[in-house]
Design a protein around this ligand. Structure first.
Ligand SMILES: NC(=O)c1ccc[n+]([C@@H]2O[C@H](COP(=O)([O-])OP(=O)(O)OC[C@H]3O[C@@H](n4cnc5c(N)ncnc54)[C@H](OP(=O)(O)O)[C@@H]3O)[C@@H](O)[C@H]2O)c1
Length: 359
């Protein structure tokens, strides 16, 4: 059977210790001590799962955990993080996998997989292409769900200069009325703005804003895809009737009081898989997986053992290609969920009503 490995990392300490230590006791431990200890832990093999396509083909997924949390991947010596990820890839190779997928904050490691693939002489895919595809699809679906035409919308992308944000910006710049690009670095935002304005078929008014709260003013839809592991916006920062597609893993908008507000925050980048997989460490509903993991599944089911999303920017043709393969094997955008709960018709009606009352 086609076998692939998926390298993932815990987002925070409670997830890491899910099996061994109770959550309350982590609170009592010295967090810095635990983080320092993690540095010396070796990558660990976790669950295995069989994936079945609607075509009948099957693949085996081996989950390997790189024991580093988000902050460590972001702020530790990049060489240390790369070496640890390569160790995880070596473990995968020992298990005779034909492809290695990277998840969440591991996607950008080693020049988006290039150095990892080279080190273990095995194809590596960062999962970015299918994540971009699902982010765009979710944005369009969210727009339509509240009865808006995409050409009349103002859409803000937070994390616009990142690999996922930039691809979404390139696509949406040809579709929307106003596109607001947001991130922390103004030079990179301005550069992206002028690149987009020179692209063929771009008609949107493009603005840059380094302040996330200001950037979402009067927006219809907000796409968030950043490498910030904590809250960037509160639901109270958003205009009435706004829909947010939060692709970031971990998310950048927290759940507090979300149900009482007149905005909708969708958990982005989630895919309905054609078989009932249930990965304990990813804490997702059965049958649902992150798009980056789904990309590795699709490639393994197709027998495409190649570094599909690896290194530089992702082309439109690649996005179309992974879309076609996803459909062939029965993968599709998961039903909209907000903080883990399915979004029902009543919620959509609430958002539409809030939009009507918007000044
Ligand atoms: N759902 C999935 O399957 C899936 C798959 C892969 C990745 N992801 C998630 O998608 C997110 C983005 O991934 P990526 O590979 O595109 O990352 P990336 O290429 O590193 O880009 C990160 C972007 O976030 C911006 N940023 C960082 N901190 C910020 C802050 N505090 N406020 C505003 N902007 C900030 C960065 O620009 P500045 O530095 O200028 O601020 C940059 O534009 C991550 O959370 C990742 O885990 C999800």
């Amino acid at each position: 059977m086609n076998t692939f490995a998926f390298l993932f990392h815990p987002f925070d300490l409670p997830i890491l210790f899910k099996k061994g230590i109770k959550e309350e006791s982590i609170g009592r431990m010295n967090q810095r001590f635990v983080e320092r200890t993690l540095r010396w832990l070796e990558p660990i093999k976790r669950e295995s799962a069989k994936i079945k396509s609607i075509t009948g083909s099957e693949a085996l997924c081996e989950m390997i955990m790189v024991p580093l949390i988000c902050d460590q991947i972001l702020y530790m010596d990049p060489k240390f993080v790369l070496d640890k990820t390569i160790k995880a890839a070596e473990l995968a190779v020992k298990m005779k996998v034909s492809l290695i997928g990277l998840g969440a904050y591991l996607s950008p490691v080693g020049r988006r997989g290039v150095l990892i693939s080279k080190a273990v002489n095995t194809p590596v895919t960062s999962g970015t292409t299918y994540t971009i595809s699902t982010a765009i699809e979710a944005t369009i679906k969210a727009t339509e769900s509240i009865g808006l035409k995409i050409q009349n919308t103002k859409i803000t992308i937070i994390g616009a200069t990142g690999s996922i944000g930039k691809a979404c910006a390139s696509f949406l710049a040809r579709k929307v009325n106003t596109l607001v690009l947001s991130a922390r670095n103004i030079e990179r935002l301005e550069k992206l703005k002028s690149e987009l304005e020179q692209m063929h078929g771009v008609s949107a008014k493009i603005e840059c804003n380094v302040n996330p709260k200001e950037s979402v003013k009067n927006s219809d839809i907000v796409v968030i895809s950043t490498s910030c592991p904590s809250e960037i916006l509160s639901v109270f920062d958003l205009p009435a009737g706004c829909i947010v597609c939060d692709i970031s893993v971990p998310h950048n908008i927290t759940a507090s009081d979300a149900e009482q507000t007149d905005v909708l925050v969708i958990d982005g980048g989630l895919v309905q898989v054609p078989s009932p997989v249930d990965f304990e460490y990813l804490a997702l509903p059965p049958g649902v997986a992150y798009a980056c993991l789904s990309e590795a599944m699709i490639l393994a089911l197709e027998g495409r053992f190649e570094s599909f999303s690896c290194g530089g920017e992702i082309s439109y043709e690649k996005i179309m290609e992974i879309n076609a393969l996803a459909a062939k094997h029965g993968f599709k955008l998961a039903n909209f969920r907000s903080f883990g709960k399915i979004v029902d018709d009543a919620t959509i009606e609430r958002i539409k009503k809030a939009r009507k009352n918007r000044k």
